[in-house]
Design a protein around this ligand. Structure first.
Ligand code: NI
Length: 171
């Protein structure tokens, strides 16, 4: 578990560098630290720049949750040096949050269908075609590698606010 940088920190605005060496103890240590942090904070994903490491490395996971049986699950994925290619021009808006912007949500347009390629921490190739929430999470995390935070993509800033105000419900 390590501190996640908050919006306003310059390091979140930098472009990340490619990982050159795979399957090193340092890389596995970094990945393991990021997984612990993401899970401890109940995040869906985390990008290395969010913990102050300027490398093209993201992780994401949507575990099965008995409270939300209808939510699509995503296997734990470590994605390094990612390349994203939309499979159509179609975009859709949905609510996003970010561990660097705690307590807030925004309505963000994203491509609905996507191919992504990259490598895992051992250097094995990853090549997937995904849609829906999986595609959204990948786009959000990979934006962090370009120094882009989701509020920069919100089409109408009236759709940006505190979760507690946007979605009041039984506490
Ligand atoms: Ni984020």
């Amino acid at each position: 578990m390590i501190d996640v940088l908050k919006m306003g920190d310059d390091r979140l605005l930098e472009e990340a560098n490619p990982v050159i060496e795979f399957d090193t103890p340092q890389l596995h240590e970094l990945v393991s630290c990021m997984i612990d942090t993401m899970r401890a904070l109940n995040g869906a994903g985390l990008a290395a720049p969010q913990i102050g490491v300027g490398l093209q490395l993201v992780i994401f996971e949507i575990a099965e949750n008995p409270r939300y049986p209808d939510v699509e699950t995503i296997p734990l994925t470590v994605l390094i040096n990612p390349v994203l290619s939309p499979l159509s021009e179609e975009m859709a808006e949905d609510w996003e949050g970010c561990l660097s912007i705690p307590g807030m949500r925004g309505l963000v347009p994203r491509y609905t269908r996507l191919r992504y390629r990259g490598f895992d921490a051992c250097g094995n190739e990853i090549d997937r075609e995904v849609s829906g929430f999986h595609a959204r999470v990948v786009q959000h995390e990979c934006d962090h590698l370009q120094g882009i935070l989701y509020p920069m993509r919100i089409a109408d800033l009236r759709n940006f606010g505190f979760s507690s105000a946007l979605f009041p419900g039984p506490a």
